[in-house]
Design a protein around this ligand. Structure first.
Ligand code: 5AD
Ligand code: SF4
Length: 505
């Protein structure tokens, strides 16, 4: 296990170059090798988070801007960091140019996600030159990677702070250090992670809320960096989660999404109780909140009890995101997904039987090492058989430190691109067909806001997670309304308010 992070000395004489050598000798970067050793470290539940008195005013008169990349877990972490910064008297801004503190909350899942961040840091350099008091921080999954930290230290001297996914609660101290030392602060704990319960939070809007139910992932799919960047699976206690959902319900939220990298492994780490995601959902469905979602599931952990509970319906929505990743059992084995094509098809059939109106979405990777045309065809045939409502499809991207990165990345890029296009054509054809089945039906839509393309149009989701656009008065935002579907495209439905006078269900 690494030492729990460290910060460089505050020697003002040192140049950036000196610091690079300093880090090499005394700073231990996050280690993927260490992250892989699971199980030894005690998980602590910390309930006494508070911003130190002397740091509560440190941001007075200053503004912060956080750019979030990647998944909902990062969105969630951004809400927490915004909460902490607000407790330090910082004010949020949506204009990067007027910010005194900029954080990039990064994603490491694919190379192009990382390239976007390095590109953005390039754009920030002139801002830093113009305003040396501007503080720039890199946090999130990329900062858990030793190669990234080394690259930032070596070539991105505009970065003042680098901190990891386990260090978010240390943000006040990190910012203080960065201000007063005027030198770079690096704090990346390569540990399995604690659970910090009472962190402040500025949620985006008051319609939909994320509720983290567990952290980390122990699945170690061979292509994936997440188990290394997010630590060991650790579940929050049910009573803390239920209290948070109740709090959102009391505050008028219409929807919660229970979050975890591997959400249906929830509870497996409890030593004192036998309690899983099915049990938790069975309790949450009794809370008076119209919609409850959860993401992301792993097929291997999708047990019968969970299906049974989801089939009870009510506020448990009929949308299931179930990443399959591939349709060929040999590739699934190389990916260490721990299920076969047949097992996935059986599971999908079981869920469809129990919840006949369920909509299914998935994640798929093409061009994994050694993937043959025939094996790729298995992905196409699986997609056709399951008929996913929608899917995120990706070209395989080798991630340093993962087992797959040691395999020869032997599918030529042109072939990968071609397979992705062919896969998307099949997926899109099915999505369109599935959406067309909604024509001339009336659906319930949670109105989330104005459509991004046209402020005259309102936009929201059905319980089955279809995007619906329609014209209506703005006061419907945050309400669940009935919409008559008149048009169906590949990714969106549109229609008219079913009862313009009543409007609200
Ligand atoms: N290359 C491409 N796609 C990846 N994913 C995870 N790791 C990689 C990788 N190395 C995809 C998986 C996962 C989704 C969040 O990102 O499909 O489900
Ligand atoms: Fe990554 Fe998901 Fe596999 Fe965990 S289960 S290793 S997060 S793809």
């Amino acid at each position: 296990m690494n030492q729990p992070g460290s910060t460089p000395a505050k020697d003002k004489e040192k140049t950036t170059k000196d610091y690079a050598s300093y880090f090499q000798t005394t700073y231990q970067p996050p280690s993927l090798k260490d992250a892989k050793k699971r199980g030894k470290e005690q998980i602590n539940i910390v309930k006494d988070f508070a911003v130190d008195e002397d740091l509560k005013k440190i941001g007075a008169g200053k503004k912060f801007y956080i750019r979030t990349y990647g998944c909902q877990m990062n969105e969630h972490d951004t809400e927490v960091m915004a909460g902490i910064l607000s407790d330090m008297s910082y004010e949020a801004t949506t204009d990067m140019k007027e910010a005194d503190l900029i954080l990039l909350n990064t994603c490491a899942i694919r190379e192009n996600a990382e390239n976007k961040v390095f590109g953005e840091l390039g754009h920030l350099k002139p801002m830093k030159v113009e305003n040396p008091d501007l503080l720039i921080g890199v946090c999130g999954c990329m900062s858990q990677e030793e190669s990234v930290v080394n690259k930032l230290l070596k070539t991105y001297d505009q970065v003042d702070m680098i901190f990891g996914t386990h260090n978010i609660h240390r943000l006040p101290q990190i910012v203080k250090e960065a201000y007063f030392s005027k030198e770079r602060v690096v704090e990346v704990w390569s540990k399995e992670g604690d659970i910090v319960e009472n962190l402040p939070r500025v949620r985006k809007g008051n319609i939909q809320g994320w509720v983290n139910i567990m952290y980390g992932c122990d699945k170690f799919c061979t292509y994936c960096i997440v188990p290394y960047t997010r630590g060991k699976e650790r579940s929050r206690r049910p009573e803390d989660i239920i209290e948070e959902v109740r709090h959102l319900a009391r505050n008028g939220y219409q929807e919660v999404t229970l979050l975890g990298q591997n959400v249906n492994a929830y509870g497996k780490d409890f030593e004192d109780i036998e309690y899983g995601l099915g049990d938790l959902m069975d309790e949450i469905r009794k809370i008076d909140i119209p919609r409850v979602r959860f993401t992301t599931s792993h097929p291997r952990d999708f047990d019968d009890h969970l299906i049974e509970v989801l089939a009870k319906g009510g506020n448990l929505v009929e949308h299931i995101h179930l990443p399959v990743q591939h349709g060929n059992s040999d590739i699934l084995k190389l990916m260490a997904r721990k299920y076969t094509r047949e097992h996935f098809l059986e599971l999908a059939g079981k869920i469809k039987n129990a919840i006949p109106n369920a909509s299914f979405t998935t994640d798929i990777i093409v061009g994994f090492p050694n993937e043959t045309e025939e094996q790729f065809q298995d992905t196409l045939s699986l997609v056709k058989e399951v008929e996913f409502d929608a899917a995120y499809s990706f070209i395989y991207s080798p991630r340093e430190g993962t087992p797959a990165a040691k395999m020869k990345d032997n599918v030529p890029h042109e072939v990968k691109k071609d397979r992705l296009q062919r896969l998307n054509a099949v997926l899109n054809e099915i999505s369109l067909r599935k959406n067309q089945a909604y024509l001339d039906t009336v659906v319930e839509v949670l109105v989330e806001g104005e459509s991004k393309k046209n402020p005259e149009v309102l936009s929201g989701h059905t319980a089955s997670n279809k995007v619906v656009n329609f014209r209506g008065p703005k006061h419907l935002i945050g309400k669940i309304v009935k919409v008559h579907i008149t048009d169906a495209k590949t990714w969106t439905l549109s229609g008219d308010l079913a009862d313009e006078k009543a409007g609200v269900v």
